[in-house]
Design a protein around this ligand. Structure first.
Ligand SMILES: [Zn+2]
Length: 498
């Protein structure tokens, strides 16, 4: 019998489901799915392969609700920078990439995530100036080859950061205005046409890799563009994902541009709904959260990135109270700087604690763990992942109970959220297939990947010299202008007449 189609039973592992610690259980897997769980020694079909899990803690694969595959080739290229500086650096860090560069960059992320217990992700990758069949196929193939599930969405925009932030272009001296002009993006209709064709022609197995639509930041997309993205997502029954109120600069700029909060504005455009995922939501008020919750939307909470870029600390507890589906992500390797979901869970807890001294107002470890499994799964649009239960996919992670971070095992959920760092991961299975076995990644040749990635990085740097110089020239201006904009809320109040 084909090994993939042979039943397999994990015997006697300690099982931590998304919302509950179940203690010692057997897990029967068949055809990529969990078909039964039961007391140790439960009867299983003849010929079932036996996996001894007696020194293992088994949890559902973690789900990364927000990352950027292209960012892996640009890992850690900046130190003290804000979101706006990062966006301005994109043309030299991740310029128009070849299909191979997209594939290699996504593969680096997939390899890291799988080795660190994460079995699915939402990837918003660079496809500027226009989305291409070739590019999206390369990214889809990277995940398929690595054996990881993904929702993949080329980022789309019709305005650059210079056009999106009110007043920024005005403060650039004329030679820099001229220097940033070529960065202008094609008319949105062209982008929508391309994306429509890509979704129309999509052949892939949507249970493994599914497409989605990503108008990257509302301020960077004209309203008609946002509405067209909404219609695309509806027509093809796919997710829609945008960066929402990530930095205070965006929140202020949104009020200046729309005369309301960003969230109120996109609700007016009809974007909010169960297929909608907002990354970040650091600068949301109670009304914004209520709008998102009432519409069944998700927030991909990326606390490590938010702190790294000086964006602030999102109110995850407020989001949960408003009925928002809370998901957790790492964000990109350019602003985190790893794709370690265990670390993202820890940051989510610690960030909540850092908001104030009242422990009853903090997110709990079980809430964080649920957000990083079933919450994120819902955000990705995969209905049968994120749990260890019959009828769910066999996306499982086995941790070594003899690893120091789990000795002794006192409080499994708290240890998972606060202490685990990925060093306990022994085996990782996706859809009933081992992709990590005995701590070794089976699907990617890491030394070959490292060699190719270094070579590609050098090629990208060589062709980005002028872009880098331009960034060096504009960076001090952005570095002055944006924090000042974030400080001038009085201006908005006056503009609003409040
Ligand atoms: Zn992002």
């Amino acid at each position: 019998m084909d090994v993939l189609h042979r039943p397999m039973v994990f015997r006697g592992g300690l099982v931590l489901d998304a919302t509950e610690y179940l203690g010692a259980m057997d897990i029967l897997v068949h055809d990529g799915m969990i078909v039964a769980i039961g007391a140790p020694g439960m009867p299983v079909p003849d010929g079932a392969a036996i996996i001894d899990a007696s020194r293992r803690l088994v949890h559902p694969g973690l789900v990364n609700a927000h990352t950027h595959g292209h960012g892996n080739l640009a890992r850690s290229m900046g130190d003290r920078w804000t979101l706006e500086l990062l966006l301005a650096a994109a043309p030299h860090m991740s310029p128009y990439l070849s299909a191979e560069e997209k594939r290699v960059s996504a593969t680096i992320g997939a390899a890291e995530m799988l080795l660190k217990g994460c079995t699915a992700c939402y990837d918003l990758f660079v496809e500027f100036p226009l989305p291409t069949e070739e590019g999206i196929a390369a990214v889809a193939d990277a995940y398929a080859q690595a054996g990881m599930r993904a929702a993949i969405a080329p980022m789309m925009a019709d305005m650059t950061v210079y056009e999106a932030i009110p007043g920024l272009m005005d403060v650039l001296p004329s030679h820099l205005k001229t220097a940033v002009a070529p960065l202008g993006l094609p008319p949105w209709q062209e982008t929508i046409e391309r994306m429509h064709a890509i979704l129309h022609n999509w052949q892939g197995d949507r249970t493994k890799v599914r497409p989605a639509v990503a108008p990257t930041i509302p301020l960077h997309c004209r309203d008609e563009f946002m509405v067209a993205c909404r219609d695309l997502a509806d027509e093809f029954d796919v997710g829609i994902h945008t960066h929402l109120a990530e930095s205070k600069v965006q929140a202020v700029a949104g009020t200046l541009r729309y005369g309301s909060s960003l969230t109120a504005h996109i609700e007016r455009l009809g974007l909010l709904g169960p297929r909608f995922v907002a990354a970040h939501g650091v600068w949301l008020d109670a009304d914004d959260m209520r709008r998102l919750g009432a519409n069944g939307a998700s927030i991909a909470h990326n606390p490590a990135s938010n702190m790294r870029l000086g964006c602030g600390v999102a109110d995850a507890v407020g989001m949960l109270a408003a009925g928002v589906n809370l998901a957790i992500g790492t964000d990109a390797a350019t602003c985190n700087d790893n794709l370690n979901m265990y670390q993202a869970l820890h940051f989510a807890a610690a960030a909540s604690h850092a908001r104030g001294p009242d422990p009853t107002a903090w997110i709990t470890a079980p809430q964080v763990f649920a957000a990083g499994t079933i919450g994120s799964a819902r955000a990705l649009g995969f209905e049968r992942i994120g749990r260890i239960a019959p009828g769910y996919a066999a996306d499982l992670v086995c941790l070594d109970l003899d690893a120091p971070t789990l000795i002794p095992l006192n409080e499994p959920v708290t240890q998972m959220v606060m202490g685990e760092d990925g060093t306990s991961v022994v085996d990782v299975m996706v859809a009933g297939r081992f992709v990590v076995r005995e701590r070794r990644l089976l699907t990617v040749d890491l030394p070959a990947l490292a060699a190719r990635a270094s070579a590609l990085r050098a090629e990208i740097d060589a062709r980005s010299v002028a872009s880098r110089r331009r960034f060096d020239a504009v960076a001090p201006i952005i570095g002055d202008f944006c924090p000042a904009l974030a400080r001038t809320e009085w201006h908005i109040n006056r503009w609003c007449g409040c």
